[in-house]
Ligand binder design. Structure first.
Ligand code: DHB
Length: 304
């Protein structure tokens, strides 16, 4: 098996394998993100950071549903300055760190991104697609706004910029193209799908925010379709995200056009061992099918 290479080059980042955690699932401490790397991820992704500390929505914020979960956290986070304090510990260990971030205005997006870039993160993931905070999520469904914010951020940072797309749009290819035109180095596809859960006893919505974002296996076919459509539209690499629980799901995303993948809900349901399981399954799949490296299977499903 020695000749199989899981290492990838992604928008200039060199990663030991194509797996990472999805933004939001493991918080922001150096200790937790280090665990993700130790358990086999190729890079770690932070919870979305804003300019200032933010409480998020009141409970209940999470509900399990058929084949997935719905959450409406409301982007709680301790702010960018807190995370820069944690970052040094991760960088000292050579862990590739992708910082997810958001702003409430274009200026805030630029300021948070600049601080993270100067602070030494390896790459940025622009969250313009949170389904639970007005303004932030709406941005992601407006191609013109996505292009403007991408361009403004790109002009102020020296690290690769990924734009995380929303599935809650009628034409994802158009938004993908807007991000590419704005100068994005890559895309993450996709964020969560807007959803509602109802309690028959209280006869009310379960989440305090009423709506939330659906993730997990229920999201996978929709997210795969989003990756497919984005891959047909843009040249920049795509990180696939949505319901990946095992190596087979990861391979489906790679064949569909993703160059790397993120695991969110399955980290909660299956634990951190999921990264090593995906790495090993991917290695076995490549070997059994006569491939030597991951890039050889990216987008194969599009080829006649
Ligand atoms: C939240 C943000 C997201 O981007 C998402 O997909 C789901 C939830 C939040 O913090 O509410």
């Amino acid at each position: 098996m020695a000749e199989i290479r899981l290492a990838i080059e992604l928008a200039g980042l060199r990663l030991r394998n194509p797996t990472m955690n999805a933004a939001g699932v493991l918080g922001l401490t150096a200790g937790l993100l280090r665990r993700v790397y130790e358990e086999g991820a190729g890079a770690v992704v932070t919870k979305s950071l804003g300019l200032k500390p933010r409480m998020g929505h009141p409970n209940p914020t999470v509900v399990y549903v058929e084949a997935g979960l719905i959450n409406a956290m409301g982007l709680p986070n301790p702010g960018v300055e807190y995370f820069l304090g944690e970052l040094g510990r991760l960088k000292a260990e050579g862990i590739p760190v992708i910082a997810s971030f958001f702003g409430e205005t274009l200026e805030e997006f630029v300021e948070v991104a600049s601080r993270l870039s100067e602070g030494g993160v390896d790459a940025l993931e622009l969250n313009c697609s949170c389904p639970n905070v007005e303004g932030v999520g709406l941005l992601g469904s407006d191609p013109g706004a996505v292009e403007r914010v991408t361009e403004a951020v790109k002009g102020c940072v020296d690290v690769p910029l990924f734009v995380k797309l929303s599935p809650n749009v009628s034409d994802i290819a158009q938004v993908a193209r807007a991000a590419e035109q704005g100068g994005a180095d890559g895309l993450t596809a996709v964020n969560t799908l807007r959803a509602v859960a109802i309690d028959v006893e209280t006869r009310r919505p379960i989440l305090s925010n009423v709506t939330g974002g659906l993730s997990g296996p229920a999201l996978k076919p929709v997210a795969l379709r989003c990756v497919w459509e984005a891959a047909e539209e843009v040249e920049i690499p795509i990180i696939g995200c949505g319901g990946i629980s095992n190596w087979r799901d990861a391979v489906e995303y790679l064949l569909c056009g993703a160059s790397a993948i993120q695991v969110g809900t399955a980290v909660m349901s299956r634990g951190l061992g999921v990264f090593r399981e995906i790495d090993e399954g991917l290695r076995r799949y490549l070997e059994a099918n006569g491939f030597k490296e991951v890039s050889e299977i990216v987008g194969l499903a599009h080829k006649a």
